[in-house]
Design a binder for this molecule. Structure first.
Ligand code: ADP
Length: 436
């Protein structure tokens, strides 16, 4: 970042210096050219005045002086009568030269072009004399270039000094800008008072830190709960086994004891299975394979699997709906529907009923499970989705509940972008909706 800022600062400064240099060079050239034109015109007005006073012989007099300015005298037909250079080309007809034409017509004329005679960029200025002849003065731009080049060389020197100065300035300024960022306290982002522009980033960091803390707390709580939940059945198993080992159990009670050990071991297995399911749902990088699932068929299978459990509890089960294809993860959808239906039986009353409805609604595919069971008190309706939370711990344990079922449902819904809605009234029943 430091290098990037430094580099971009330098690029901006160099670009500014170079463009300023180019603009100044062009302006200086234009100014010098203009100055030269003015000088030539001034010179010309002196010569014209001198000729008017002392006649054309004045031209021969200044010829001896051999000034840088070339003078040409042309008559009305374009015939060259005099030229201070006096070579072969100079005496060709000048009638068509732009400045001569203009001088003959308007009294004066000027032109800037490459000279046919000497092949150099030349400035011409012509004036019509009183007797009708035209006197022309010209000067090559040769003298201009050394002046401009000299000035440019001087400017290059200044530009180089400015760029070197800018390099050190950019370095110093970048370090000054970066320093507060390097000194940020990332543990407590909101306590930093650096740049206002960083506030959204710092707020985001604070939120992330909080989220991280929450996840860490949740993990700690979950581990503590898991240990506790695992310890209870294991303590029972260990206790029964110890009694059996000591030979304290009469042979007729052996079966009862073995049954208790078996029941606790089965509870342990269910618990571990649920923990594995939850941690799998927690893993962000598992790529679940989605497929077309018929939710109606899935509910029917679930009802069949739970038929024995329902019969044992004297609960009547009913499935209403129509085939409904949904693109999702079969295993997770099955877990979700199974857990909700199982709860509807587990927390039902003797002679109660469970109604399962599957169908398509305006909001999307929907699965509804309604029971006439014991219901959930209002203040605990949110909490039942927390891990290991049970409304009535002893009742849940009695029915083989782990307190993880609805957490699995919640995670499954998140996985599918679905919503879980719950309506429940104690002693009346519960209605659970999965809206996909
Ligand atoms: P569990 O394994 O104990 O059933 P869940 O996570 O599935 O755990 O449910 C959490 C708690 O929510 C249950 O212990 C129970 O008290 C309550 N609960 C869930 N479903 C129902 C329902 N249909 N009727 C009444 N209470 C329910």
């Amino acid at each position: 970042m430091r290098n990037k800022i430094q580099k971009s600062m330098l690029v901006v400064i160099c670009a500014t210096v170079v463009s300023a240099f180019i603009i100044m060079a062009v302006l200086f050239y234009a100014y010098s050219l203009n100055h030269m034109k003015k000088e030539l015109k001034q010179e010309m007005s002196y010569i014209v005045t001198a000729i008017e006073i002392s006649g054309l012989t004045y031209l021969d007099d200044i010829d001896a002086a051999r000034v840088e300015t070339r003078l040409t005298l042309i008559d009305e037909t374009g015939e060259v009568l005099y030229d201070s250079r006096e070579d072969d080309y100079t005496f060709q007809s000048h009638a068509e030269r732009e400045e001569i034409e203009s001088a003959l017509k308007n009294g004066s004329g000027e032109a800037l072009r490459s000279s046919e005679t000497i092949g150099k960029m030349t400035y011409y200025y012509a004036v019509k004399l009183k007797d009708g002849m035209v006197l022309r003065a010209s000067k090559t731009l040769d003298g201009l270039m050394p002046v401009v080049l000299g000035a440019m060389l001087f400017m290059v020197g200044i530009a180089t000094i400015m760029i070197v100065f800018a390099y050190f300035l950019a370095k110093w300024q970048t370090a000054r800008l970066i320093q507060p960022i390097n000194e940020l306290d990332l543990e407590h982002p909101l306590e930093n008072t650096v740049y206002e522009e960083l506030t959204p980033l710092l707020v985001k960091m604070e939120q992330q830190n909080q989220a991280k803390d929450e996840v860490a707390d949740m993990r700690k709580e979950f581990s503590a709960n898991v240990s506790h939940e695992l310890k209870t059945p294991l303590t029972s198993i260990s206790g029964y086994a110890e009694i059996m080992k000591g030979g304290l159990v009469p042979p007729e009670d052996m079966i009862r004891f073995s049954e208790k050990i078996h029941k606790e071991a089965s509870r342990l297995i269910v618990l571990i299975e649920d923990i594995i399911k939850l941690s799998k749902l927690d893993e962000a990088d598992i790529a679940w394979e989605k497929e077309n699932v018929d939710l109606y068929e899935m509910c029917m299978e679930t009802c069949n699997r739970l038929a024995f459990q329902a019969e044992k509890k004297n609960v009547h089960m009913e499935l209403i709906g129509e085939p409904l294809i949904y693109f999702g993860v079969r295993q997770i959808l099955d877990e979700m529907i199974y857990n909700i239906c199982e709860n509807a039986i587990k927390y039902n009353v003797d002679g109660g009923s469970v109604m399962v409805w599957v169908g398509s609604t305006l909001q999307g595919p929907k699965v509804v499970v309604e029971d006439t069971g014991i219901g959930i008190p209002k203040d605990q309706q949110e909490r039942v989705f927390e891990r290991f939370y049970r409304v009535d711990k002893s009742h849940s344990k009695e029915t083989g509940g782990t307190g993880l079922g609805l957490s699995i449902v919640k995670h499954g819904a998140i996985c599918h972008g679905a919503e879980i809605r719950m309506e429940s009234e104690p002693l009346k029943g519960t209605r659970m909706e999965i809206v996909f």
